[in-house]
Design a protein around this ligand. Structure first.
Ligand SMILES: [Ca+2]
Length: 167
């Protein structure tokens, strides 16, 4: 019975994580990030964030990756358990004062607040290798194609022509 109890508990936990996670659609994510104030934040555009999130997680909030050093990376922005959150396994600075597992659900506000801290650090977006590799210096306007959000990178003035209902 005890074994089955543990199995049920594990399955229930997995189901909660699974049911509460989400693979975002590109434009839906773009609007979320824009609303949360990332457009132009520290000089980076929504295109930067979409490109980054695509190469880090494929817009899948449930994505977890494990590093050779024992740390893990969580969620849509793949935030690291040695620096930004606490997974109760890795020694951590926990600079975002949060549980890593909160980075796996569909609610992005806490993820975004933490990502703002990362991008405010000295390294900016180069903190994410995938941004440096795939996004830096590229034309990122394609990421917003069809999303009815246009961004003027030079002046950081955003223009939103979004007549669709907001999420
Ligand atoms: Ca979250």
């Amino acid at each position: 019975m005890k074994v089955w109890g543990a199995v049920v508990a594990i399955l229930a936990t997995l189901m909660v994580v699974t049911l509460d996670s989400k693979i975002y659609r590109r434009c839906e994510l773009a609007r979320k990030l824009d609303k949360a104030g990332l457009n132009g934040y520290k000089g980076y555009t929504i295109g930067d964030w979409l490109c980054l999130a695509h190469y880090e997680s494929g817009f899948d909030t449930s994505f977890v990756d494990h590093n050779p050093d024992g740390s893990s990376e969580y969620g849509i922005f793949q935030l690291n358990s040695a620096w930004w959150c606490n997974n109760a396994v890795t020694p951590t600075w926990n600079l975002c004062h949060m549980d890593c597992h909160d980075l796996l659900n569909r609610h992005l506000l806490d993820d975004i607040l933490c990502a703002k801290k990362v991008v405010s650090s000295k390294r900016g977006m180069t903190s994410w290798d995938s941004w440096t590799e795939h996004c830096d210096g590229h034309d990122l306007s394609q990421w917003l194609k069809g999303c009815k959000i246009s961004v003027r990178i030079d002046s950081k003035i955003k223009q939103i022509h979004d007549s669709e209902p907001q999420m």
